[in-house]
Design a protein around this ligand. Structure first.
Ligand code: F6R
Length: 603
């Protein structure tokens, strides 16, 4: 996540940057900062937390660089990934005479940092970003050519990033590069003005023409214009801020579904090596004396947790169970100190999960929270916090929170197996390779979205839905049913496929829709038999599978992969989009469904 802004022009630069950051605040608000360059002076302001804190600082100091000619500036609002949310880690980052803001991840930052330290550069932050500005100055010190140095710098960077860099050595320029993370550039309404932002929301009202940079495009902006490394196409800027905040998607939920492929990269960043998995936050000695894992969560987080119970037992060979937090609290649970207590929560504020965590803590258990929001109540209580790094989730129906939780928990299961010596190096390496393919599995294919949209017509009128699956596809079935019911208000249940004949199959008739999760690589024949039984009793079947299935009334074809977890994420996308498209047809509010709240802070 994170948001960046930039400005060249004669207007009040600090005001434009701060206003722009406010529009991007939804992308993260751990800290914010701006740097303004005029002649050979650079003024920098940074503040922790929300943009108002930065605004106060800027206005208090009354930004001494008055705009009596062109000035240039860059700004950033941060969602911490590398390094804690501190002022030192806040952007813009300084070398000796240059500043940079960055959205994304520099994957090879460790090796670059070592190389630069060797060359005498001094680092002050824990971020990956700081290497960019030092690398630029490393080259500039050799060749005295800012354009060339910027080109040499970006050639060395691996990962996903968009960057704005300013330098005293070239006082009227902003250097920019986009690779993986978004960046829009607009021509301002006043003469010579150029604006940059991570989405077009900050540009609305200030500019009418915009270019959304493609990956791999870099360039330079100055008071005399813009140059790009390749041809770009300009378009007209929308007038609607709401539309812009959603990056052009119709709903936050849709935007967040599409974002999953990017945010899971953040979830894995710095944690995956070729043959091991490690979490900076997790001391392996935490597992000393641990023979059991107990997980507690609610709703979608519960479904991610249930998925992980299969993975913890499979990969770490530690007994693992899960309970719904509101049930756990009142059942007088037996808690023993050889149990590691794990809570999962997007918000870190869910009352029942928080209370369950406190109970475990008070009973002397070691505790971990897998959470999306740093500094939330749960992160303050738990011994260890593992952040999922999904970025702010605005849609009430959780999407990217689930996929990032599932990825993080799967990594934890593998890492625990490694720490306990319960997983072979071959299996670990193979799973790591598969983890790296998850972003691709989460990419939304146009054809899949179109298919869901078309099918949504057919699934509006019936007396209910069964979502069925086996193994990890059972929690996924629960999650699919929850997504559908919470936004479409249609009745849906998730079931383990093998359980149908123990009662639920009595409901089967043509008006009962079965959404069957049929992965190729996990119990395909077993689930096939279960679906055949439902089909024989006339239930309308929508099969989601990479393999064709003759008895299906409808079929959503997922890509062929070679691992069930990749099928899991492919199917997750289908379920989320399917629910959303049905909801659109029904005319319900996708982002704010009735009766629900994003954070459930009452029991
Ligand atoms: C469903 C959903 C809820 C939450 C649940 C727990 O889409 O969002 O079911 O998953 O309220 O919330 P957290 O994860 O914040 O503890």
């Amino acid at each position: 996540m994170c948001g960046i802004v930039g400005y060249i022009g004669k207007s009040n630069t600090s005001e434009i940057l701060v206003d722009g950051l406010k529009e991007l605040e939804y992308r993260g608000y751990d800290s914010a900062g701006i740097a303004i360059l005029k002649s050979d002076k650079i003024e920098v302001y940074k503040a922790l937390g929300k943009i108002v804190n930065l605004e106060e600082k800027v206005s208090h100091n009354e930004c001494t660089l008055k705009e009596d000619g062109f000035s240039i500036g860059i700004g950033h609002t941060r969602w911490a990934t590398h390094g804690k949310p501190t002022e030192l880690n806040a952007h813009p980052h300084l070398g000796e005479y240059s500043y940079v803001v960055h959205n994304g991840i520099i994957e090879n930052y460790k090796e670059l940092k070592d190389e630069l330290i060797e060359a005498g550069h001094k680092f002050v932050s824990q971020t990956d970003t700081e290497v960019i500005v030092h690398l630029f100055e490393f080259y500039f010190n050799q060749n005295n050519d800012a354009d060339l140095s910027f080109d040499l710098t970006i050639k060395r960077l691996e990962g996903a990033y968009s960057i704005l860099l300013i330098t005293k050595s070239q006082q009227n320029k902003i250097f920019f590069m986009k690779h993986g993370s978004p960046m829009a550039i607009a021509k301002g309404k006043n003469e010579g003005e150029i604006l940059f932002a991570s989405s077009d929301a900050p540009l609305i009202g200030l500019a009418s023409d915009v270019v959304y940079l493609e990956d791999g495009v870099s360039g330079v902006a100055s008071s005399s214009g813009l140059t790009f490394s390749t041809k770009v196409s300009w378009s007209t800027l929308s007038n609607s801020k709401q539309f812009a905040q959603k990056d052009g998607f119709r709903f936050f939920m849709e935007k967040e579904i599409y974002e999953q492929s990017d945010v899971v990269v953040d979830s894995m960043m710095g944690r995956l090596q070729d043959d091991s998995i490690s979490f900076d936050e997790l001391d392996p000695s935490l597992l000393d004396g641990i023979n059991e894992i107990k997980i507690c969560a609610c709703g979608t987080s519960y479904h991610a947790g249930l998925t992980s119970t299969y993975l913890f037992e499979r990969f770490s060979k530690i007994r693992c169970s899960i309970e719904i937090a509101s049930e756990f609290r009142y059942k007088e649970p037996l808690l023993t100190k050889d149990t590691l207590f794990v809570v999962i929560s997007q918000s870190g504020e869910t009352a029942d999960t928080l209370e369950a965590l406190k109970m475990a803590k008070n009973a002397g258990l070691k505790t971990i929270v897998v959470c999306n929001v740093d500094n939330s109540s749960m992160t303050r209580v738990a011994d260890t916090t593992i952040l999922t790094r999904a970025g702010i989730e605005k849609g009430v129906a959780s999407t990217k929170a689930f996929s990032t939780q599932a990825v993080v928990l799967w990594m934890m299961a593998l890492s625990f197996g490694d720490i306990k010596n319960n997983i072979s190096k071959e299996v670990l390496k193979k799973e790591i390779k598969v983890l790296r393919e998850v972003p691709l599995a989460l990419k939304v294919e146009d054809s899949v979205h179109e298919k869901c949209k078309r099918l949504s017509k057919r699934y509006l009128h019936g007396h209910g839905f069964f979502f069925i699956g086996r193994d990890v596809f059972f929690p996924l079935a629960l999650e699919g049913a929850l997504k559908l019911k919470e936004i479409s208000y249609l009745h849906a249940e998730g079931y383990p496929a093998g359980e149908m004949k123990h009662g639920p199959i009595a409901l089967a008739d043509p008006e009962l829709f079965t959404i069957a999760l049929m992965p190729q690589h996990l119990h395909y024949d077993k689930i096939k038999s279960n679906v055949e039984e439902l089909s024989a009793r006339d239930s309308t079947i929508c099969a989601i599978s990479p393999l064709p299935f003759d008895l299906a009334d409808d079929f959503i074809n997922t890509k062929k992969t070679d691992h069930y977890m990749l099928e899991f994420f492919e199917m997750l996308i289908v379920l989320q989009i399917f629910s959303m498209e049905i909801t659109v047809r029904l005319g319900n509010d996708v982002d704010m469904p009735r009766n629900l709240a994003k954070s459930v802070t009452v029991e």
